[in-house]
Design a protein around this ligand. Sequence first.
Ligand code: ADP
Ligand code: MG
Length: 561
Amino acid sequence: MNELEKKLQQLDHQSYAKLKQIAGTYRADDGVELAIDYVQGDPFAAPSRVRVRIPMQTSRLRREDFSTPSRTISLKHLFTKACSKTAHKQKTITGTGKSGMIMIDAPGPEVIDRASVSFLSDSIEFRLSTGIPAAGRKILGKKAAELLTKQLPETALKAVTAITRADIEKTIQLQDDQDEGRRQIETLQGCAFIANGSVLPRASGISSAPMKNAVPFQSPSSQVVELELPHRGKVRGMLIKKGVTLIAGGGYHGKSTLLQALERGVYNHEAEDGRELVWTDESAVKIRAEDRRSVWNVDISAFINTLPGKKQTTNFSTEDASGSTSQAANMAEAMQAGSRLFLIDEDTSATNFMIRDARMQRLVSPDKEPITPFTDRIRPLYETHGISSILVLGGSGDYFEPADEVIVMDEYVPKDRTKEAKAIAASLPAERSRPADHEFPKNRDRSIPASSIQNRWHPKKKVQAKGKNTLLIGKGAVDLHDVEQLVSPSQSEALAQMIVWCVQNSRNDESLSSVIDRLYETVQQSGLESVSPFFPKHPGNTALPRKYELYAAFNRLPFYK
Ligand code: ADP
Ligand code: MG
């Protein structure tokens, strides 16, 4: 560190561009290491990237804390959050632009594998961003030395020492309970579970904090199961079994809130989130209408057949899908990606994709209507493909027949109304005519459009995320706004890196699913950071997306043609 201090003294008041010289690795007497991987071009540019290593023995971690991969993930979450807190508390060094800023990629309430912290054999590595101090375009040598040699190591060190043994144990115990709970749901043939007492609503539409004074979740007695968790012991809650579940109920009674909690239940949540005991089959995909999205070569014929102008739908492509065709494409793609549970909300669905009643069938004859409503596909989807559905629909009783369970939300409390719904269906038949069964899309795979990506991919232009909802690829953009289970911009950043990895590592004519499988194997073996183009340097602010979101990104690339 002395060496770095000296360099910075010499650079004091010199032009900012000269800062590039300080890239490199430095060591302090106490064993703390600082690696300056990337130095920003000017005080307003993207901040500099550094890694700080704190000796493992400084922490209260023990070897057995890392006995499962999921424990390691939850510890990364804990250490990142702690570091984010100490970074906020550092008294700031002032200067031009981002001068003095210290940042770590802070996680939301979802516990997702991330590159912000890495546990090495004898140290803990924090991946930070910082703004090296300047006055105008001149280096502030003394302040820069203070920031890099004192504040950065301190930020990481204070985070590590602030974490008590009790914090660590609480974290891994919750993780073990979550792992075991998910296993038990699978054994019980469930596709989702919500513990009694869970808090599902959020404080506001833009907040991920739990709502204060919310009505706590309470399972209907017919659906209650009791799980036995290793640390928490017995936990009771509602099991949603595999099959078709309809969630009905009056407007504003909490249907969408329940479904959103299930959408997020593919991830584990941290303690005190309110949803830490809400677990959904981790392959669950929210299926929604997404008009205007582009679709490339998808077989949607099970849902939509022969569009106007005799347009075939076994190979459907468009740059501007309608509500129903986009929802059909989302469904076919999720099937191909291997999802076993579809989550559907009336609020984000195309009506004509979801329902078509007897009267409309009479007015518009079947040969003039390309869409087979989902009412007629939802059962075969489960029976022949094993794909369950949880459906929020308050506006039509057409799903009473195909549903295995009908739950009615009543003032935020779910009630089991299956018997009544079945009796109503028997006494008031829907009188709809049923279309013939149709084969679901085959598992036809595609290959990566590597050549077309590379053609349009200006070599100097990177694939990068712009916030959570957009990927920029050369001259094109991928809109991920409606990929609703993407929860963090760091996942989008990872998606950008993963697309590059897939394009660069795909073998001739290799199918997309094969490359994606190899990618996730690599992540499992060598860590998320290993697919970053910058690794082993600071890998960027990335968090692991599920493979369903990676498929979603590929399926929306503007370059298939
Ligand atoms: P629906 O889809 O049935 O129309 P929503 O799920 O959109 O209803 O919920 C309506 C409102 O009620 C939202 O503002 C939501 O935050 C709130 N809400 C949902 N669940 C609860 C709850 N358990 N306790 C208190 N408020 C809730
Ligand atoms: Mg709703």
